[in-house]
Design a protein around this ligand. Structure first.
Ligand code: SAM
Length: 282
């Protein structure tokens, strides 16, 4: 039997994100001054795995304040579209695009729930649909997400996803060495922690959040069932932050287990393509 979904999940999450947008825009974590000055927000493994985006159209689902989206434009994407359900996030992204001299024909941002993306975005399909880095955990139904995301991939195009590995959420926070949560749990994870990953001490009032864990197998299978061909599933031994205190910060900027500790995957990435040719759109 499916686990119950809290009725207020969308409103609670949106209020939580709306409140955090101005905090993020002012934070050292997002460091928008450096971004404006040219700093790339994308991770090197994403750039290597996605490859050359020159001249391509790219849709970024759950784009937050748009720094990753706009970075793809800086890497040469002909047109980028970012979608997020937080109006303040979309407004911040639009302002950043204007500051970078990118008009809506080059970088457009739309406010909509990800499940309504097909109706909300300007085009039927995109060469690249990009998402991740803390996105899927906000969604209750991974099959529904995959159907929507896959429907927006143009024939000959692909979806690329980079996410934190859900196995990390099964381990104890203190040591990352004991399994304390069920990998296959379908229960909503409701939290009330104030602050944000960009500023743990920020005073906040909209703290209720509702999240879900999606096993890697269910994500990949959902994309395949939605008509995409899985090109790769990469598991990474590195993370973007100190998920466990024991992780060591490497000179490349990533966090890893010390050499003497057995490793587990800390992140994963998937590329899934839509074959070219007649009948390839569902
Ligand atoms: C952790 S952030 C993504 C982070 C992003 N990769 C970055 O660092 O800029 C998650 C984003 O998902 C958005 N989001 C959450 N649930 C959503 C939904 N149902 N539809 C659209 N956007 C959603 C939030 O507003 C937030 O901007």
């Amino acid at each position: 039997m499916p686990a119950p979904i809290p009725a207020d999940w969308r409103e609670a999450n949106r209020a939580m994100w709306d409140e955090r947008v101005p905090i993020h825009a002012e934070s050292d974590f997002y460091d928008l001054d450096s971004f404006r000055a040219g700093k790339d927000a994308l991770r090197d493994f994403e750039l290597a795995e996605v490859g050359d985006v020159t001249g391509r159209t790219l849709l970024h689902l759950q784009c937050h304040i748009g720094v990753d989206t706009l970075s793809w434009a800086r890497h040469g994407a002909a047109q980028v579209v970012g979608l997020d359900f937080s109006e303040p996030a979309v407004e911040t992204a639009r302002a950043l695009a204007r500051e970078l001299g990118m008009g809506p024909d080059r970088a457009a941002f739309v406010a909509a729930d990800v499940h309504d993306a097909a109706q909300a975005v300007p085009d039927d399909a995109y060469d690249i649909v990009y998402t991740g880095i803390g996105a899927l955990n906000w969604l209750p139904d991974i099959d529904r997400w995959a159907e929507t995301a896959a429907s927006l991939v143009a024939p000959g195009g692909f979806l690329y996803l980079a996410e934190f590995h859900p196995l990390t959420d099964c381990l104890d926070d203190e040591t990352g060495s004991r399994i304390v949560h069920d990998y296959f749990s379908r229960e909503a994870w409701v939290d009330e922690t104030p602050g944000t990953y960009a500023d743990f001490d920020a005073p906040t009032v909209n703290n209720r959040s509702v999240e879900w864990q999606h096993p890697v197998g269910s994500v990949v299978s959902a994309l395949a069932a939605a008509g995409l061909r899985i090109e790769f599933l990469h598991e990474h031994d590195a993370s973007l932050f100190a998920r466990f205190p024991v992780l060591e910060h490497g000179s490349d900027g990533y966090y890893r287990f010390p050499a003497e500790r057995p490793r587990i995957p800390l992140m994963y990435s998937v590329k899934a393509s839509r074959p070219d040719g007649p009948g390839s759109r569902r």
